[in-house]
Design a protein around this ligand. Structure first.
Ligand SMILES: [Zn+2]
Length: 667
C-alpha cells in the first residue's frame, strides 16, 4: 500500500442529508469483506466514509488523489450490496487489469469496451442479468448503445460508479461528451445511487459534477439544480504530497538542463513533451548522452506501446519521454523524477502528471522547465484551440469536399480520417483542424474519435497453393499461418480483421512473438500485416449543412474560451510566480487553502549558487551592447523577480553596472 502519508482533511466537506446513518451490520460486513478478499485489516483515509455513504443509498462524490486507494471504495460495497455495480471508466487498460485482479481474488467481474466482438458483448451482458457478476466495467462510449441500455434495464443494479468523474464537467480540462450519457443511464434505474470518483477537480468542477450527475439536472431551473447537487455527500482527501518537491526551473537551454537533471538525480523518470516529434528527438538525444531512454505517444502501435511501457515498468529503461498519452492507469510506485519539458495547458493536467512521481512515499521531484518562449507558446495555444468561427466553418466545408458529401446528405456516415492528407489537400495546419473538429463535435455536428481502436488486419499476398509449396518457413511461422487459415476465411481475396491474441494462443506464442512473426512474413511479402492501432475517424451526426448555417453556441465557444484562458493564465501564474510555496499554490487551485509551506520547493528553498551566476551573466550579456536599457527589460529574463533584484543589486554594488533614473548601463 503506497502513500500512507496522505492525510485525511480535518474537516470533511459534507453537504446534504448527513443524517441517514448506515446500519451497523453494514460496517461489520465491509470490514469482513476487506479482510477476506483483500487481506487488509482496516480501511485508510476516507475509504470507509465513502463506502458507508454509498451503502446507505446516497449519491456520493469522493475526491481522492491517485494512489489514495480509490478502487477499494467501489469494489468493497459492490460485494456488500445485492446486485451488480456498473463501473464507467475511460481507461481500457485499467479495466482489464482490475477485472483480472478481481478474478484472481475470487470475485466475478466483466468488462465491455470498443473493439470487442458483438457475440462476446452479448454473452457478458446476459451473464450480468442472470449470473452473479458483481462488477461490470464499461467505457462511456458503450453507454449509448441500445443493446447495452436494453440489457441494463433487466440488471439488478446496486450502484453506478463513475471513475474519472471530472470528465463529465465542461469546465474541466478533460471534458468528454460521452460522459453526459451517464445522466441518461440514471433514468433507467432512478433509485440506484451514484458514486463519482476523481483525482482532479477544482471547486467549480466539483459543483458541475454534482449537477450533471443529478437526476434530470438539465431540465430543472438552476436553483433547483443546485439543491439537487446538495444531495451528494462529498468527501475530500487532501491532495498534499509531502514526499514530492515541486520545482520550476527557469532556463533557456532546456536540453542541457535536462541532461544536468539526470546527472544529479537517480532512478526512474518520465519526461513530458507536447509533440510526438519531440518525444522521439529528446529520447534520442538522451540516449546519445548515455542515458537509458525511450519514447511513447499515441501514434505507436499497441505492441510497441506495451513493450516500451513494460520495459520502463520493469526498469529495463530508465527514462520515458512521452506525450500525455502516457500515464493513464499506469501505476509505477518508484518514479523519482517527472520533468515537464514543455508546459501543459492546465494546472489539472500538470498536477496529475507530476503526481506520478513518488507514489511509494519516498522523496521525489516534479520539475517544470520554463522560459519566456513558453509564455508566448501558451498564449498561442488559446488561438490554436479556439480558431476563428469562420475558420471552423471552412474546415467543415472542406471536410464535405474531402468525403464528397452533398448538402443534406451524410447523416450517420462514418469514415477514417487522415489528418495529414486532409491538411495537404486543403492547406491547413493540423493543430487548428484538430481544434475545429473538436468544436464541431461539441456543437453536435460530427463525432471525431482520434483513437478509435482498429483491429489488426491481414491479407495473403501469395495464393493458397504457393503458400503450401513454400519451403523456407519456420515451425513458428507455420503455426501462425495455420492458425490464420483456420480462424479467418477470405484472407487470400481481401484484408480481414484478426485478433492477434487468438492467433497467438493457437500458435502457442505470446502476442509480441506473434507480432514479430507476422511482421517477418510481411517483410517477405507472403502476406501484408497492418498492426492493431488507433485510427482516427469522423462520423456525421447530422446531415451536412451549408457552412454559413453552422451554429456555435456560447456554451460551445465563448464560454469555453473564457474558461480555457483562465486555465492557461493559472498555469502561467504558477510558472512565473515566486512568492508562494509551489505546493500551496497547487493545493489552493483545488480549493485547499489551509496547507503549510512544503519546505522543499524552489520557493521554499532559496536558489542555488548556479542560478545566481547564470543570472548575473545574463544581465551583463543584455547590457553588452553598451546602450542604456530600462530596468523593466530585466523582467523578461527567465528568473524569479526576487533573484533578478538580488543579482542586480550585487552588480551595482560591485560597480559592474550603473543605474540612473531607471536606466542601466555597463560600466
Ligand atoms: Zn514549498
Amino acid at each position: 500500500m503506497s502513500n500512507e502519508k496522505l492525510q485525511k482533511n480535518d474537516e470533511n466537506e459534507k453537504c446534504g442529508d448527513a443524517e441517514a446513518q448506515p446500519i451497523p451490520h453494514f460496517s461489520l460486513l465491509i470490514s469482513h469483506l476487506l479482510k477476506k478478499y483483500w487481506g487488509y485489516d482496516d480501511f485508510r483515509g476516507i475509504q470507509r466514509e465513502i463506502i458507508e455513504s454509498i451503502g446507505s443509498g446516497h449519491d456520493t462524490l469522493g475526491l481522492m488523489p491517485t494512489g489514495g486507494g480509490k478502487s477499494i471504495t467501489f469494489q468493497v460495497p459492490a460485494m456488500a450490496m445485492e446486485g451488480i455495480c456498473i463501473v464507467v471508466t475511460p481507461l481500457i487498460a485499467l479495466m482489464k487489469d482490475q477485472v483480472q485482479h478481481l478474478h484472481h481474488i475470487g470475485i466475478r467481474a466483466e468488462a465491455i469496451y470498443s473493439g470487442m466482438q458483438h457475440d462476446d458483448i452479448l454473452r457478458i451482458l446476459e451473464n450480468c442479468i442472470f449470473g452473479g457478476v458483481k462488477l461490470l466495467y464499461v467505457s462511456p462510449e458503450r453507454l449509448s448503445s441500445s443493446l447495452f441500455q436494453t440489457k441494463l434495464r433487466h440488471m439488478p443494479v446496486s450502484f453506478i460508479t463513475v471513475d474519472e468523474a471530472h470528465c463529465i464537467s465542461q469546465w474541466g480540462y478533460d471534458f468528454r461528451p460521452s460522459y453526459l450519457e451517464i445522466a441518461n443511464i440514471r433514468t433507467i434505474h432512478p433509485h440506484v445511487p451514484v458514486l463519482a470518483l476523481t483525482a482532479t477537480a477544482t471547486p467549480t468542477v466539483v459543483q458541475d459534477i454534482c449537477d450533471k450527475l443529478s437526476l434530470h439536472a438539465s431540465d430543472v431551473s438552476p436553483q433547483t439544480s443546485a439543491l439537487r447537487a446538495q444531495s451528494f455527500n462529498v468527501f475530500r482527501m487532501s491532495f498534499e504530497r509531502k514526499n514530492l518537491a515541486y520545482l520550476v526551473s527557469h532556463t533557456n537551454d532546456k536540453l542541457n538542463e535536462l541532461i544536468h537533471l539526470f546527472e544529479i538525480n537517480e532512478g526512474s523518470a518520465i519526461v513530458y513533451v507536447r509533440s510526438r516529434r519531440h518525444a522521439r528527438e529528446i529520447a534520442e538525444h538522451l540516449s546519445d548522452a548515455g542515458f537509458s531512454a525511450t519514447f511513447y505517444h499515441a501514434g505507436l502501435d499497441h505492441v510497441q506501446k506495451d513493450e516500451r511501457q513494460r520495459d520502463w515498468q520493469h526498469d529495463r529503461t530508465r527514462i520515458m519521454v512521452a506525450t500525455n498519452a502516457f500515464g493513464m492507469g499506469i501505476d509505477k510506485p518508484d518514479v523519482r523524477l517527472v520533468v515537464h519539458y514543455e508546459c501543459p495547458d492546465s494546472i489539472e493536467a500538470y498536477f496529475q502528471e507530476a503526481g506520478r512521481a513518488g507514489r511509494d512515499g519516498q522523496p521525489a521531484h516534479a520539475i517544470l522547465l520554463y522560459n519566456n518562449n513558453d509564455h508566448a507558446k501558451l498564449e498561442k495555444r488559446i488561438v490554436d484551440t479556439f480558431p476563428e468561427k469562420d475558420y471552423i466553418r471552412q474546415v467543415y466545408e472542406h471536410l464535405a469536399y474531402y468525403y464528397q458529401i452533398a448538402t443534406g446528405d451524410g447523416y450517420g456516415v462514418a469514415r477514417e480520417f487522415n489528418m495529414e492528407e486532409f491538411c495537404r489537400k486543403f492547406h491547413h495546419f493540423p493543430i487548428r483542424v484538430h481544434s475545429a473538429l473538436q468544436l464541431l463535435q461539441r456543437a453536435g455536428y460530427l463525432e471525431y474519435d482520434e483513437e478509435a481502436d482498429n483491429q489488426a488486419r491481414v491479407r495473403f499476398l501469395v495464393s493458397r497453393d504457393e503458400l503450401y509449396r513454400l519451403e523456407q518457413v519456420s515451425p513458428t511461422e507455420e503455426r501462425v499461418i495455420i492458425s490464420l487459415l483456420r480462424n479467418y476465411g477470405g484472407l487470400f481475396a481481401d484484408y480481414g480483421f484478426i485478433d492477434e491474441s487468438i492467433v497467438a494462443q493457437e500458435a502457442g506464442l505470446t502476442p509480441p512473438q506473434t507480432y514479430e512473426v507476422l511482421k517477418a512474413l510481411s517483410q517477405r511479402h507472403l502476406l501484408h500485416f497492418i498492426p492493431r492501432r488507433n485510427v482516427p475517424y469522423i462520423r456525421y451526426c447530422q446531415r451536412r449543412e451549408d457552412a454559413e448555417h453552422i451554429q456555435l453556441h456560447p456554451d460551445v465557444y465563448e464560454n469555453r474560451l473564457t474558461q480555457y484562458r483562465e486555465r492557461i493564465q493559472a498555469i502561467i501564474n504558477y510558472a512565473q510566480s515566486d512568492d508562494k510555496c509551489r505546493s500551496r499554490q497547487l493545493l489552493a487551485y483545488f480549493g485547499e487553502t489551509t496547507s503549510k509551506d512544503c519546505g522543499q520547493c524552489d520557493v521554499c528553498q532559496p536558489s542555488s549558487a548556479n542560478t545566481t551566476d547564470a543570472l548575473r551573466q545574463q544581465i551583463l550579456t543584455l547590457l553588452a551592447d553598451h546602450q542604456s536599457h530600462h530596468i523593466t527589460e530585466l523582467a523578461r529574463l527567465p528568473y524569479p523577480s526576487k533573484d533578478i533584484d538580488t543579482a542586480l543589486t550585487y552588480l551595482i554594488q560591485e560597480e559592474y553596472v550603473l543605474q540612473q533614473e531607471g536606466q542601466l548601463t555597463l560600466i
